[in-house]
Design a protein around this ligand. Sequence first.
Ligand code: ADP
Ligand code: MG
Length: 344
Amino acid sequence: MKAVSVKLEGIVKRFGKVVAVERADLELPAGALVTLLGPSGCGKTTILRMVAGLERPSEGRILIGGEDVTRLPAYLRDITMVFQSYALFPHLNVFENIAYGLKVQRRPQAEVRERVAEVVGQVGLGGLEERPVAALSGGQQQRVALARSLVMQPRVLLFDEPLSNLDAKLRKHVREEIREIQQQLGITTLYVTHDQEEAMAISDLVVVMSKGKIEQKGDPRTLYTQPQSRFVADFIGSANFVEGSYSGGEVNVAGYRFPHRQDLAPGDVTVMVRPEAIHVSDSGVGLEGTLHSVAFLGARTEFSVDTVVGRLEGVIAGNAPELPGKGARVRVRFAPQGVYLLER
Ligand code: ADP
Ligand code: MG
């Protein structure tokens, strides 16, 4: 099937006095996986439900494959949704759960068998067709939910926090499976999560939302290196924020000057510094500081250092033998690739 694009134009959704979504403009390129990322209550599910046709926008238009579907009912949109609570039928087996939608459509038995067999292969459930879903692991249940969506051959696939019921290790595994299948089939996908790592790991485009508004959209790398607001910088990874000024390709933080180029008028700025860009040494240029804590965590070492501009959190890969002990007087420098300036 040919992949389609999805477009949201000036979408607003009000529930009485609550503005759940405030003027959202968004385009999902055909075949892309786009993630809505944001804290609970920011409007992610509401957007998903409007794309599915389960909720009517208060304002704006939704286009699928260039066609205006704003007033089209859900069952005519060729869209399926995978939920966080899988909503499987516990008394039915794997085959019956996956075949359910096709049976409702009264498809011929031979077609049902063929299409179920195909998706069972795609999601790796071969041999489990007769198993009651209640006897499956969480990861397997998630695959049944995905297969049940895929068997309907949707033009657009929607996921609403599909991994919330799985433990951390399994979440990582299943998200990679979802991404792999999505890329193989080339289905345009809108995926909702509040987990930034999950969003970054699987998405072509991440849309960061806060309080019903789209804060920023971009590929994971751009969002991480060039966040346009403190909210995005904080939500995508972690960040230190210090006050400084910018002029002529140079940043000044409490007298510590370092070169940095950004398309920005000279003036006061908030300097965002990623933890991996906090470099300490025992001498040389940089902010004066005192090591406040050092914690070896296996694959990385986290530390914090007190300076005139406040406590800075840093991280080094490995066991960081070069890091002096707690209480040591140090110099702190900012590595250029982990610095970004926000207007103040
Ligand atoms: P998210 O999925 O990001 O957690 P939602 O889209 O579910 O957020 O909700 C966004 C906002 O809209 C919240 O303030 C929520 O309480 C409100 N909301 C969602 N659905 C309804 C509804 N049917 N009636 C009233 N308020 C709603
Ligand atoms: Mg939600």
